[in-house]
Design a protein around this ligand. Sequence first.
Ligand code: ATP
Length: 351
Amino acid sequence: MFKIGVLLGDDIGLEVVPEAVKVMKAAAAKAGLEIEWVPLPIGRKGHESHGHSMPDVTVETLKTVDGWLQGPIGHNAYPRNDPTWINPPLRKKFELFANVKPVKSYANLASVHKNVDIVFLRETTEGMQSSSVVLAGSGEFRPNDDISIGMRVVTRRGASRVAKEAFEIARTRKRKKVTAVHKEPVYRLVCGMFAEECRKMAKNYPDVELEEVLVDGFAMKLVMKPQQYDVVVTTNQFGDILTDEGAGLVGGLGLAPGLVVGERQAMAQATHGSAPDIAGKNIANPYAMIMSGQMLFEWLGHRRGDARALDAARRITAAVDKVIAEEKHLTGDLGGKASTTQMGDAIAAAV
Ligand code: ATP
């Protein structure tokens, strides 16, 4: 029995998260997987009911769940300089240290390349991102009007745990290969430490191959021949850029799911934002949120050794593949005419 939180978020989150839950419920029922679903207030609705976009009750309850679905937050439209309107910093609060983002092409959907099947892992708690690297103050400063200075942080613990996650994922895949992306010859200490930890971790996984590629060359090879990569692990800022490049290779935001993982919990979160321009019209593509839910089942299945969760995850993948191949229930961005709910219903019916 797993306990899974449901945080709808804002705008199209209110439409795509319920589709993900619908599909996950259908798959769990088929697989005999018991789940306690825990709806929790967040975002605008959280503010309406609890006076805060990240209510205390949500944070407290999330401590007790195995994982959760988080819809996109429409924080760009929140009032500024009001501490009750914040983009909920759940990754930081729950020490979710790696963003796992699959990039997969489909034979019949428009994409730059075919036969692409990559899983990216981007470290999310350190690196260049100033909000990640300091507890108070900022990782950037400007001592005078002509100079700006930014910090980059890599720790052994941070590098080691994201490397471990990459090898664990690679072990579950056919090709069993991890590509560590860095630039050690230039950033000898920070990239050097990241590379060292990847090499050390590789020793624990003799069944998985480790290759190392410098980030600039990787950016080029990814565009030219993405089929050569299986699992790719990298630091925060490189990952920020490369995962968007990856999403662009296979059809963009609507097709970019994600799972943000910690030591004992994971959060399913699509890459796309809350897309206020298309909200409330029942036209948003639910794929990314549904496949983020699939990733949560798969992660729980592997981490907790639960065959039913793995079965539920496999059923969702197969159902999504089928609905995409049939082309009868696809949303407008994928070239179809179906609504968000029609696509969700078709996938739920196919699990
Ligand atoms: P944020 O700053 O919150 O990350 P953003 O400004 O990067 O958001 P998104 O909200 O992700 O942008 O949306 C960018 C555009 O992509 C939207 O205007 C929308 O038209 C399209 N889009 C995003 N997600 C989807 C989806 N699930 N289905 C269809 N179109 C989408």
